[in-house]
Ligand binder design. Structure first.
Ligand code: EPU
Length: 346
């Protein structure tokens, strides 16, 4: 089947912030073969290319002067490996639907990651995490299409070099591979992860009850992107040296902080933003969410320009008050591809 390439395509429905924007061209692919075909299209040989899942962590800052390839590679499978279940997901599967599907099969282990927006293929890129768990805790492997060799390869968990909201796909392999599938290893001898505050008082600790609680907490704190455009946490929680964190704690005894290994502490960006007086702030069509300051939202009429101005203001205010520099967690895209934040911040 030949690929359906749409020229001058509106990007608003392709990302959860739903800001206005267009791309030179867009194509949706259903298989790894179509992905390889789209990537090597003669007509776009010299154009920038961008692979998108459901666009739940992406902000188009400018018109994109290239080909957007939407990853719609589907497929869900469960393999019985004796002590474990191996759950294989096509990269274009919706993450939350896959979590619900695995629970409906009686497979536990993904419940803490319920309701995270995005696709399975995007999950390893930023090592999605919530409520005391990260994808890396269960990720067995990631299947990739090597764009230089044109070949499929499997990366082990170790090869993915997962970190806090980080992986090899954000570093060395950025722009060189496309994720086409993910394998998750879930132990049959499951035990609940209840360390995160709102899960501690659960009386029923079966996986379904945990998923229900996680969904309730998320719905209470985080805006539904289908109602209010957003990309989840806009900023990362900053990791600072212990000395910096302890000094801040001595001046702000209520400040949340968590050990982050190797003499470092992770601070709560949402708290820092709230204390800087920015929670609920509005700037034209965009704003800082009133219930979770880490989330920036599109009130409906927002533009990328306004969002960048607001994000810059948030960074400035937090830096002035606490001397801590926030960095976006979202992916910012300019006309040619991903743009690092320092370009806007300077
Ligand atoms: N806080 C405030 N004010 C706010 C928001 C938070 O004071 O407006 C405080 C909270 O009271 C708490 C601390 O900051 O003491 C941490 O807040 P929370 O537990 O809500 O989590 P978070 O650090 O703000 C992270 C993830 C979320 C994930 C939650 C729950 C990052 C960047 N964000 O947020 O992930 O859902 O933990 O585990 O790590 C996402 O990545 O898009 C995302 C939503």
């Amino acid at each position: 089947m030949s690929l359906n390439i749409r020229k001058e395509c509106c990007l608003t429905p392709y990302h959860s912030f739903r800001l206005p924007g267009t791309a030179l061209a867009l194509v949706e692919v259903q298989s790894a073969e179509e992905m390889a075909e789209a990537w090597s299209l003669e007509a776009y040989a010299s154009s920038p290319k961008l692979v998108l899942g459901s666009g739940s962590n992406t902000v188009f800052v400018e018109r994109f002067e290239g080909l957007v390839i939407v990853n719609r590679i589907k497929g869900r499978e469960v393999i019985d490996e004796g002590a474990d279940w191996l759950v294989e997901l096509g990269a274009g599967e919706d993450w939350h639907e896959a979590v619900m599907w695995s629970l409906s099969l009686g497979i536990s282990g993904l419940e803490n990651l319920s309701l995270i927006p995005g696709t399975a293929g995007a999950a390893p890129v930023q090592n999605i995490g919530a409520y005391g768990m990260e994808l890396s805790d269960v990720c067995a492997y990631v299947d990739i299409l090597d764009l230089e060799q044109g070949q499929l390869r499997r990366l082990s968990q170790e090869e993915c070099r997962f970190g806090y909201r980080d992986s090899i796909f954000k570093g060395e392999l950025k722009g060189r591979v496309v994720i086409v599938g993910v394998g998750l290893r879930l132990a049959k001898a499951w035990s609940p992860q209840l360390n995160y505050g709102p899960l501690r008082d659960l009386s029923d600790t079966c996986a379904h009850a945990i998923a229900e609680r996680v969904m309730r907490v998320r719905r209470e704190k985080l805006p539904d992107p289908s109602v209010l455009g957003n990309a989840g946490s806009f900023f990362k929680n900053p990791v600072v040296p212990n000395a910096v964190g302890k000094d801040l704690q001595s001046r702000h005894p209520n400040m949340p902080a968590y050990p982050a290994g190797e003499g470092q502490m992770k601070l709560a960006a949402g708290w820092l933003i709230e204390q800087s007086g920015m929670k609920g702030a509005k700037h034209h069509g965009v704003g800082v969410h009133q219930d979770q300051a880490l989330v920036l939202v599109n009130h409906g009429e927002g533009t990328a320009e306004q969002l960048l101005a607001l994000a810059t203001q948030v960074v400035k205010r937090v830096s002035e008050r606490f001397g801590v520099v926030l960095e976006p967690e979202v992916r910012l895209l300019n006309r040619l591809g991903e743009q690092c934040w320092s370009h806007y911040a300077d």
